[in-house]
Design a binder for this molecule. Structure first.
Ligand SMILES: Nc1ncnc2c1ncn2[C@@H]1O[C@H](COP(=O)(O)OP(=O)(O)OP(=O)(O)O)[C@@H](O)[C@H]1O
Length: 314
């Protein structure tokens, strides 16, 4: 299992650390009792069904949303400290760009607003997509606008880049291009990325850390390399349509019946019966079964947990 108990050596701290974080709207809790850590330098996938609380969490990390309970630290500093803002960049689904500006004017604006502006990186991102510098933003395609928004975000040289389904409007080719670009830029600079997405294969390809949210609570947090092997897919014979009592010894995430057989996603707590078929699931299979079972017990890898009680460690 990868060691997630110590943060990235270069930064010496956690990129994000939430303690009892909660947000309550008039209709109820959007996010509740969230305690977790994301180490610096990782690419973290934020996963959950519609309405799970992902955008709320990103809103709290970008100070667009004020917490009702608890708090959040960014690189060891409370999120409302003025020193935090220059360290983070946010990119959501709607890219707030000035339509009348040209691409060149947009990049110039980025340079003027950000003291540490990396003009070379911003221009590289735009040029690699053949986006014309003299084109007005309003005339760009969705993919070109997304590329320009990425250039603005990376040009800021953030230590933490927060992305809320930023590639949702892109065709598969453009998605692939943007995710390659994102990974290359993030790896080169050691940028921590937290990215919400509904595209599980994309998350599997890009992310080495995961935060799974359902019904406003953290369901899984930690190193993908540790979370996935904590699960097994087991198949066995069900007698009279009942679950075998041996399943009670393990944490069952999801069970499905097919004819006389049962298929279960479990977290084994000990040896499994010899007559069960056992397979290691993919990340996508683990995520899908958690998305279908929002009440499954939560699971944290060692370093991802912050004073969380009543949870299991991978
Ligand atoms: N400004 C708001 N006022 C009231 N309720 C809100 C507000 N923003 C979000 N909510 C509610 O909080 C809950 C979580 O919403 P949120 O947008 O964080 O979910 P999400 O996981 O990002 O969903 P999706 O995948 O659909 O984007 C939902 O029930 C939503 O209706």
């Amino acid at each position: 299992m990868a060691d997630t108990s110590t943060p990235n050596a270069t930064s010496g701290t956690w990129a994000l650390e939430a303690r009892d974080l909660g947000k309550r709207y008039r209709r109820g809790w959007a996010l509740r009792d969230c305690s977790f850590r994301i180490p610096a330098g990782r690419i973290c996938g934020l996963v959950g069904p519609n309405g799970a609380g992902k955008s709320t969490l990103l809103g709290l990390a970008t100070r667009q949303v004020r917490p009702s309970t608890g708090g959040l630290q960014v690189f060891g500093v409370p999120v409302d400290d003025p020193g935090v803002l220059p360290k983070i960049a946010f990119l959501g689904q709607d890219k707030p760009l000035f339509k009348r500006f040209t691409v060149a004017e947009t990049l110039r604006m980025g340079a003027e607003l950000n003291p540490d502006w990396d003009a070379a990186a911003a221009h590289r991102i735009v040029r690699s997509g053949n986006v014309p510098m003299d084109a007005r933003v309003g005339t760009l395609s969705g993919g070109q606008r997304t590329r320009l928004a990425f250039a603005l975000a990376f040009g800021k040289r953030p230590e933490l880049l927060l992305l809320d389904e930023p590639m949702a409007d892109l065709d598969p080719l453009a998605r692939d291009e943007m995710s390659t670009l994102l990974m290359a830029e993030a790896v080169e600079r050691g940028t921590t990325v937290v990215m919400s997405s509904h595209m599980l294969t994309e998350l599997e390809d890009m992310c080495d850390y995961l935060l799974v949210v359902a019904e406003g609570r953290i369901r899984m947090a930690g190193d993908a390399d540790a979370l996935v092997p904590a699960h097994s897919l087991v198949t066995g014979v069900s007698h009279d349509g009942a679950l075998p009592p041996e399943l009670d010894h393990h944490t069952v995430i999801e069970v499905r019946f097919l004819g006389r057989q049962f298929h279960a996603m479990i977290r084994p707590k000990g040896p499994l019966p010899a007559d069960w078929e056992i397979a290691e699931p993919s990340l996508e299979e683990v995520l899908l079964s958690h998305l279908r079972s929002p009440d499954a017990p939560s699971l944290y890898t060692q370093g991802a947990r912050v004073d969380a009680e009543g949870t299991q460690a991978a």
